[in-house]
Design a protein around this ligand. Structure first.
Ligand SMILES: NC(=O)c1ccc[n+]([C@@H]2O[C@H](COP(=O)([O-])OP(=O)(O)OC[C@H]3O[C@@H](n4cnc5c(N)ncnc54)[C@H](OP(=O)(O)O)[C@@H]3O)[C@@H](O)[C@H]2O)c1
Length: 295
């Protein structure tokens, strides 16, 4: 049985912007927080607020039952934890890896952790650093339910909502990939829209309120289309693919008339045309989900 003080201790490895935000939230919640970063100096402000700055990652992980990892990717995770001294120090303890990477990498590191008697939870942070420690933070977790429940009180100190997605260790990373797919595709669309708008003499400031209006259409689509997508029916009653593809063609032509690369929109248009070619012209645009992944 661990004592209360050990249960309320936590180690954070990786003090980039996100690692510093996590460690800061733990400190604000009153947890004994030990920190380490590959490049020294980044711990200074946290140590000034009461964190313990460890001299090595092995000393850092030895200070707490739970170590939270938050570095650039799993190559960096490997570089830190797959060294004998750190692996030995982690034995019998738990790692909650909040670093972003792919589901396969999460499964690989979980197998390594199991081989070495290390408890392993994988996770993803879906909101920016400014939300950490506030109700707006969103964390996704996967891994053994029992292990998650055990460490949940410490993770709760990060604020926001925590969702356990199941025991398949790759699940948090899979949600992360899907959600970032939405984010980066939308950002690429926005960047392209800004370029076309500029070519037509419209500033980003002028476009902004209308861009917000377009973005607010999406949440209802996510909600309303879920059952259709899961059941493989794609009603195009209000906006069939034939109409969508015509709108896309206008964007392609306008872009290319200004010498602007329309590759992203051409890719979407091409998928829509394939769906029409297969007889789905009266379906909704999300029919292309099945063109992309016929299962
Ligand atoms: N920033 C955000 O708003 C945000 C939001 C959601 C999720 N995330 C995720 O959180 C994670 C951390 O992001 P971040 O914003 O803190 O910045 P980052 O630039 O993604 O990561 C910086 C951290 O990675 C460490 N690092 C890089 N290569 C390393 C290596 N080979 N060995 C050891 N450490 C290494 C850096 O150490 P050095 O200081 O020594 O270079 C630093 O601690 C990422 O996976 C990111 O996708 C970030």
């Amino acid at each position: 049985m661990t004592s209360n003080i050990e249960e309320s201790a936590v180690t954070v490895l990786g003090l980039g912007p996100m690692g510093r935000a996590l460690a800061g939230a733990f400190l604000d919640a009153g947890l004994r927080t030990t920190v380490w970063n590959r490049t020294p100096g980044r711990e200074r402000e946290l140590v000034g607020r009461g964190a313990v700055g460890a001299r090595s990652p092995e000393a850092a992980v030895a200070a707490s039952r739970l170590t939270v990892l938050c570095v650039v990717n799993y190559d960096a995770v490997d570089a830190i934890v797959r060294r004998d001294a750190v692996t030995d120090a982690l034995k019998g303890r738990t790692v909650a890896n909040l670093t972003a990477d792919t589901p396969d990498r999460a499964r690989g590191i979980a197998a390594w952790a199991a081989e070495h008697g290390i408890g392993y939870l994988d996770g993803a942070i879906m909101t920016p650093t400014t939300t950490i420690g506030t109700p707006d933070a969103v964390f996704l977790h996967s891994g053994l339910e029992e292990l998650y429940r055990k460490h949940r009180p410490v993770l709760d100190a990060l604020g926001g909502t925590h969702t356990h997605l199941g025991e398949d260790i790759g699940r948090a990373a899979a949600y992360d990939i899907a959600l970032l797919d939405i984010f980066w595709t939308a950002m690429a669309g926005y960047a392209h829209a800004l370029a076309v708008a500029r070519a037509e003499g419209i500033t980003a400031r002028e476009l902004a309120p209308f861009a917000e209006g377009i973005a607010t259409i999406l949440p209802a689509i996510f909600e309303q289309s879920a059952e259709e997508v899961d059941s493989g029916t794609f009603s195009g009653e209000d906006n069939p693919i034939t109409s969508a593809v015509s709108s896309m063609a206008h964007i392609v032509h306008t872009s290319e008339a200004h010498g602007i690369d329309a590759g992203v929109m051409r890719a979407a248009e091409g998928l829509a045309r394939r769906a029409i070619g297969r007889g789905h012209g009266t379906d909704g645009f999300l029919r292309i989900t099945e063109i992309l992944n016929p299962r």
